[in-house]
Each structure stands twice: as structure tokens, then as C-alpha cells.
Write a new protein. Structure first.
Ligand SMILES: [Zn+2]
Length: 168
């Protein structure tokens, strides 16, 4: 656990706001089940205001923005690491995140996914895919359909790599 008072009631999972340089990290946080908003290119001041308003932790690679956020009293992390795996590790270690792709949110928009059967996705995926898989998930916001296709293994490997650093 983080060095927080043990008596403190259980906190909700951290929610994040990522700066324009961290689109890829936002997708990975969503894949691991976290609420990660990524508004793209907006001025620093708006980003900080948005984080305060929505109770989000600011993740950035911009040292100036980081210092500004901290000065204004916003919880923020200057993300370290070169690769996606290293960046994800830096965030997960700082906030003690459980990295589990089984809890994935929609990588595209960040909304929650809900399980769906074949019937529900019949006209949304290629016939070949429909025949090959039984379990599907639909985004509750954008409607994107997901299944554990050939990319699933590489997702697991990437997340394992990110989590691996904590063992040493
Ligand atoms: Zn979506």
C-alpha cells in the first residue's frame, strides 16, 4: 500500500488525466481498467482546471506543466520511462495499481465494456470472427466491439512486462 493513513476509508480507484504526449499510455491504462481521460492538445491551464474539476490525477512528461500543477496543489506525476511498458510501470508503482487486462475499458474512448454474446454483435464483426469466438465485449459509449483475438497475447505480454519491474 501507499503510505496513507491506515484508518482512512477505502478510496475509490484513482482516475487520471493525461497530457497530449501520453495518448498511448492512456490506452494502456484503459486496457488495465482505469478511467484515463485524454483530451489531446489543450492549454496547460485548462488541463489543470479539468483535473481539479473531475478529481483526476494529472499524468505528464512535461516538467513545466508538472511543476505548475504541483504548485497549484494538484496531485500529479511526472511520468518516467522510455517505452509504454516502462511508463505504465512508473504509474502503477506510484499509485499501486493492479494491472489486469481482464478489467479492460474501451481503449478508444475509455468507457466501460459490457459482455455480449454472438447475437448481440452479429452485424458488427466479420463472419469469420463471429464463428471463431464466443465471447465479445461492447463499449457502452462508442459501441466498439472487442474480442480476445490474436492481439490478446501481446497485450498480456506487454502488461506482464510493465508489472514485472515490481518483483525485484
Ligand atoms: Zn468506446
Amino acid at each position: 500500500m501507499m503510505s496513507r493513513d491506515e484508518e482512512e476509508p477505502v478510496r475509490l480507484e484513482p482516475r487520471f488525466l493525461l497530457d497530449a504526449m501520453l495518448g498511448s499510455l492512456a490506452r494502456w491504462l484503459r486496457i488495465c481498467g482505469y478511467d484515463a481521460e485524454y483530451p489531446g492538445n489543450i492549454p496547460d491551464e485548462e488541463l489543470i482546471t479539468l483535473a481539479f474539476k473531475e478529481g483526476r490525477i494529472l499524468l505528464t512528461r512535461d516538467e513545466l506543466l508538472y511543476r505548475k500543477a504541483v504548485r497549484e496543489g494538484l496531485e500529479s506525476l511526472l511520468v518516467e520511462g522510455g517505452s509504454d511498458a516502462e511508463m505504465l510501470r512508473s504509474v502503477s508503482m506510484r499509485f499501486n495499481l493492479k494491472l489486469d487486462p481482464e478489467r479492460s475499458r474501451c481503449p478508444l474512448c475509455g468507457a466501460e465494456l459490457k459482455a455480449a454474446d454472438r447475437e448481440a454483435v452479429r452485424d458488427k464483426v466479420p463472419t469469420r470472427t463471429l464463428k471463431a469466438y464466443e465471447d465479445f465485449w461492447i463499449c457502452t459509449s462508442c459501441g466498439q466491439v472487442y474480442w480476445k483475438g490474436s492481439h490478446w497475447r501481446s497485450i498480456l505480454e506487454m502488461v506482464e512486462e510493465a508489472a514485472g519491474g515490481e518483483r525485484s
